[in-house]
Design a protein around this ligand. Sequence first.
Ligand SMILES: *Cc1c(COP(=O)(O)O)cnc(C)c1O
Length: 394
Amino acid sequence: MTGLTERAAKLDAEDPLAHLRGEFDLDPDVVYLDGNSLGAPPRRVAGRVEQVVREQWGRRLIRAWPDSWWAAPERVGEKIAPLVGAAPGQVLVADSTSVNIFKALVGAVRLSPKRSEIVVDAATFPTDGYIAESVAELTGTVLRPAVVDELDDVLSDQTAVVLLNHVDYKTGRLYDMAAATAKVHSVGARVVWDLCHSAGVLPIELDALKVDLAVGCTYKFLNGGPGAPAFIYVRRDLHESFRQPLSGWGGHRDPFAMAPAYEPAPGIARARAGTPDILSLLALEAALEVWDGVDLADVRAKGLSLTGFFIECVDELLGDTVEVVTPRDERRGHQVSLRHEDARALMAEMTAREIIGDFRTPDVLRFGFAPLYNRYMDAHRAAQSLADRLAPMK
Ligand SMILES: *Cc1c(COP(=O)(O)O)cnc(C)c1O
């Protein structure tokens, strides 16, 4: 048992990203393994928000809109672009992920008006499935749930768009974006990738893979804060024909002309709808500065190593009292899911002792590992805490 404690200490001492933890305002007594639901606050955010409120809102008042605010959705999008492999001008930060899924799906169906089907990952995060269902109804298309490993069974020349999750929120499984994108494209359909659980923690190559559209959260591994606005990517060559359904004035070619008719803005700005939520957007802008100079390949390497070490701790301390649901090979994101019939009560007990992961129905314990601030000792303490409850003899 002491072997694992020593290993954790050694791995932490040798971790090339260890200094980044200092960028975060974390309670030293808490083991925080839920950054895949709500990222921890980077230290610089509180001061930035205060500055925005006092100096921009307080002193510049309405003048801050043209100075610092109106262009923020595109400006903050440019900070996310390198994290998802997008050249400039293709990422916008606005609205929630749910809203952006709606824009992306309707926009994609409109790109292929002769096709009659929408395909969605059958195990998807609920909001994606719910929105897809509504889009099917609104656009008069048929919704087809699919097992991602068996896309061939549902894809056809009727498929307009396929909505996929890069990392499964429940199991932590990472899907092969290159292979699935190629498969969708082979029938002439568009793909929308939901990057909620992968943005910021592993290299993503949207441009190189010719992905059509993508959306993602910013309050998970991107640490933008509760309710921080989401992002949407639209590949440049689709901009001209992309017509999203929320044709608000914010996405108008000339919003301040107050013209009677809607005319979409050129470029990614047409994905805008209404007034952006500036305080959250500028908090996110500060949070994203933590990635300046950070190589996502290093972040990925640490994420795999951290999750691998956690699985090793679970194996050694818990044996087969829990089932490791997450793939043990590299087909995993940065979370490890364990199955146990008492998952809900176990997580409640751990959380009461400040070891924070989360629970998903009916029986899954989730532990998210944020490579920018999680330590190997966090992984070990979480596994030990579970073992104290489930395998006290070990
Ligand atoms: C977290 C998450 C969402 C959240 O959508 P909101 O509109 O921000 O509530 C959507 N999709 C996936 C896959 C998620 O993990």
